[in-house]
Design a binder for this molecule. Structure first.
Ligand code: FVH
Length: 293
């Protein structure tokens, strides 16, 4: 692929929302010749001033470079943007949040049009992009050849983690982590609600929440070990019989404080079901099994 004087691989980016703009700036700052396209053309203007070439159509942007990245709202917007593009011989990397099934279908569609394909899941927010040691990274899966060919370019905005040739795996890892985060923040919302009517400043409580969740986070390793062995008792410090009894206190406290238990009850009901099935000596790892259809 052609290189400019700075040695950076030329690339095309479709999508200049909050994330796309941050990605574009990182590649420009690293000296990569960049062609951009955005549905709303006004969003390309700041990037043009910073050195990006602007294409008038998505198909034109795809034609400009061998490496093409999409960072759009969702799978439907990617399909719409690429509908008229000639992908033959292109390396297509989709940074748009997708389901594993959408990623696999897009990989097949791109392959039929002569493109190599990688799907990606961005584990970062825009302010972390292009910032070394920010903790942000991007999952990639699909064509190993594409990943190896463009590894250095892909690593410019954030660290890279290749998670396999199945194009659905980046999305699966991404969505699994987003789901874990969602559960965590639902608990945090409930915790703040419990204190809401008291004279306890949220700012004073926040460090306690952070410290407690950080202290409890390594528990995921016990769950992983138990899921691997199928033995949900060995290593258990807090068993289900004790926890279900304590859950009554969680619900009673919510009632006393005038807080809806709706964020807690789905998980507590699954724990109670598992206990009723005779697993009182286990940890709550068995809830995982109850979730499988
Ligand atoms: N921002 C974040 O914190 C998260 C971090 C983790 C990864 N996500 C995912 O990144 C994708 C893009 O997110 P974003 O933050 O850039 O999103 P927006 O600022 O809302 O920009 C959306 C862009 O998509 C374009 N767009 C929407 N619909 C269409 C369409 N039908 N055809 C073509 N383009 C479309 C939109 O264009 P416009 O509204 O400016 O015309 C923006 O460029 C996303 O998957 C996140 O889940 C971000």
């Amino acid at each position: 692929m052609a290189q400019n004087n700075s040695g950076g691989t030329p690339l095309t980016l479709l999508g200049l929302g909050a994330m796309g703009t941050a990605l574009a700036r990182a590649w420009l700052a690293a000296g990569h010749p960049l062609t951009v396209w955005n549905r709303t053309a006004a969003r390309t203007e700041p990037l043009a001033a910073e050195g990006a070439a602007v294409a008038g159509t998505a198909a034109g942007a795809v034609a400009a470079n061998g490496l093409v990245l999409t960072c759009l709202l969702d799978d439907a917007s990617v399909r719409e943007a690429l509908a008229d593009a000639d992908l033959d011989g292109r390396d297509l990397v989709n940074l748009t949040t997708s389901t594993p099934g959408q990623a696999r279908a897009l990989a097949e569609w791109a392959g039929q049009r002569g493109a190599r394909f990688l799907d990606a899941g961005i584990m970062a927010v825009p302010r972390m992009i292009g910032v070394p040691d920010s903790g942000g990274y991007v999952f990639y899966s699909g064509s190993r050849e594409l990943f190896d060919a463009h590894r250095d370019t892909l690593a410019v905005p954030a660290d890279t983690r290749y998670v396999g040739s199945d194009p659905g795996f980046a999305a699966l890892h991404d969505v699994a982590l987003l789901s874990a985060m969602t559960g965590m923040f639902s608990g945090v919302a409930h915790a703040f609600a419990l204190l809401r009517r008291e004279e306890i400043p949220p700012k004073e409580f926040a460090p306690l929440v952070e410290g407690w969740l950080t202290g409890m986070a390594p528990y995921v390793h016990l769950m992983a070990a138990q899921l691997g062995s199928g033995d949900y008792v060995t290593g258990t410090e807090s068993n289900l019989a004790m926890m279900v009894a304590a859950n009554a206190t969680l619900l009673d406290t919510a009632r006393e404080q005038g807080v809806s238990p709706e964020l807690l009850t789905p998980y507590l009901e699954l724990m109670a079901r598992r206990l009723a099935d005779g697993h009182g000596a286990e940890s709550d790892t068995g809830v995982v099994d109850l979730l499988l259809h």
